[in-house]
Design a protein around this ligand. Sequence first.
Ligand code: KG4
Ligand code: ZN
Length: 361
Amino acid sequence: MGSGEPCMIAARPGPVQDSAMRVLGIESSCDETGVAVYDTGIGGAAGLRAHAVYSQIALHAEYGGVVPELASRDHVRKLLPLIRQTLAEAGLSTADIDGVAYTAGPGLVGALLVGAGVARALAWALGLPAIGVHHMEGHLLAPLMEDDPPAAPFVALLVSGGHTQLVAVDAIGRYRLLGETLDDAAGEAFDKTAKMMGLPYPGGPQLAKLAETGTPGVFRFARPMTDRPGVDFSFSGLKTQVLLAWRGSDQSDATRADIARGFEDAVVDTLAIKCARALDAAGCNTLVVAGGVGANRRLRAKLQAMAETRGGRVCFPRPALCTDNGAMIAFAGALRLQAGQHDDASVRVAPRWDMASLPAV
Ligand code: KG4
Ligand code: ZN
């Protein structure tokens, strides 16, 4: 929810669930339908019994971006088959599920309502507790699904198509925003820059792939807002710099790759500088990285090197769990359901929702 708006989603405390739970997770906030089953009795990476993601990339490609109404309709088509497929892969039936978690926001309202409606209906029919999960909390907790998870306190870098945030995690559910982007998100900058240079939608991963073949240093772009204190970001000026460089170039394939490399290096350096500052500010040495841009190879290597230099630790989810997926929703929901939290039976979503307003776990 935006600041000043009433909170529509208020997880209600209930009896703490001591026993293990198998939680069905449903993600439908944007252009990916994700379903997973996470089993807290197994825990760790093996606790993820099955997960499946259906991407709508092909559907939106001809429009160069996500068309909300088409996204909602496609979630309607794909969600139930994907739930059946995921349960079958896990070797489970609906009778084996102990709770349902779904993305309640932030995201596209119609897309969110599809997931929430299906999740709520399932929970009601099966007599199960269900909880609406904050999409960014899902991303943030995804690295904790891997083996040898970090313990709070830590700093989280959330880098997706809609968010670029540095968050101090004092405990699970207790989040303090340290800094965020003042304009474009890092993923959005990747996508827009790619589009400018004629790469097909969605451009971020394509631009990163192209950067692999580019020569570093041929194009050097600014590291925005690193020349002043603070951990906020701004990526829209960088995008303009790239546009000017591209327009003034020979626009050959080699130049496109060199520009892609220059752009990627600028974003990666900027993120790494701000992460180091955020760790200093929070007085800790563990960094957790999540969100689609967390799949970027050069970012992973740079942050790994930064953490090693400090004698600290950086934790990422596997690349498939960086981008949108149902596993992170099943896992985040499982932690809250186990703590006895759940929502009432009405279908409610929060297209805008401040993570700091979440209850502690
Ligand atoms: O977390 P996510 O799947 O969806 C949102 O919640 O936004 O993130 C998608 C974003 C897109 O902007 C996409 O271009 C970017 O993550 N992305 C990448 C890479 N893979 C995905 N950006 C840079 N390098 C990548 N390898
Ligand atoms: Zn996301």
